[in-house]
Design a protein around this ligand. Structure first.
Ligand code: DGL
Length: 248
């Protein structure tokens, strides 16, 4: 099976890594809209327009499934994308919510959702969690992490100050939804900041579980062939994949 993985930039590599490690597909096309990242600061119409343009790209590649490895695009553009494709398109929000509900049964646990401004404003995670009965939920937009990660910074003083800027007044949550696919690239630092206590929900791991359970996709024996595409600086994505994800 050939799949597409789409993100605004390099964040979707965290989802790609989970998919590759689970050996779910034998051919993968990764596309990052690096010319226009971040999506998380844009308005709804712009996010939909950019996501549909990304879909035009995938429509030329004869894929069997598209994974929208971007919470922001999943929050706003998933339905529009699904209407314009002949293959299944799966976003990361529903798998993330299901992963949380599998891991946290006690509905009074303190859940922190961190995401881009757009995803936070959509309240998509909150609404889904409230529907499931969770009632101790806090959302925080932490969009600066996206720029820092796109800059190649995943440790050190700048990151530590940013963690402090966003988190210094918070209690230690029981679980954190990493509601942006860039954030797993700094997940160890996030966890460390909270004394390694919270359970982290990672879109990549969530989607692997979801594909196996809900789409009956079974592991392949071979290592997948991956091709990288980007709207700007393709080498940047390839280098980031080599550096962070140890894939090629
Ligand atoms: N990685 C994306 C997400 O999951 C968005 C980052 C951005 O483009 O702002 O939301």
């Amino acid at each position: 099976m050939k799949i597409g993985v789409f993100d605004s930039g390099i964040g979707g590599l965290s989802v790609l890594k989970s998919i590759v490690e689970a050996r779910l597909f034998n051919e993968i096309i990764y596309y990052g809209d690096t010319a226009r990242v971040p999506y998380g600061t844009k308005d709804k119409d712009t996010i939909i327009r950019f996501s549909l343009e990304a879909l035009d790209f995938f429509n030329q590649h004869n894929i069997d499934i598209l994974i929208v490895a971007c919470n922001t695009a999943s929050a706003y553009a998933l339905t529009n994308m699904q209407k314009n494709a002949t293959y299944p398109i799966i976003g990361v929000i529903e798998p993330g919510v299901l992963a949380l509900s599998n891991k946290i049964q006690d509905k009074s646990k303190n859940i922190l959702i961190i995401a881009t401004k757009a995803t936070t404003t959509s309240k998509i995670y909150e609404k889904s969690l409230i529907n499931l009965g969770y009632h101790n939920i806090h959302s925080l937009q932490t969009g600066l992490f996206v720029s820092i990660i796109e800059e190649g910074i995943t440790s050190g003083d700048v990151l530590i100050s940013t963690l402090d800027f966003y988190f210094k007044d918070l209690m230690i949550p029981d679980a954190i939804i990493l509601g942006c696919t860039h954030f797993p690239l700094i997940q160890n630092e996030i966890k460390k900041y909270f004394n390694n206590k919270p359970i982290l929900i990672h879109s990549g791991d969530a989607i692997v579980e979801y594909l196996i359970k809900n789409h009956n996709i079974q592991p392949e024996s071979k290592k997948p062939k991956i091709r990288y595409f980007a709207s700007s600086n393709k080498e940047f994505i390839e280098n980031a994949a080599k550096k962070w994800l140890n894939l090629n």
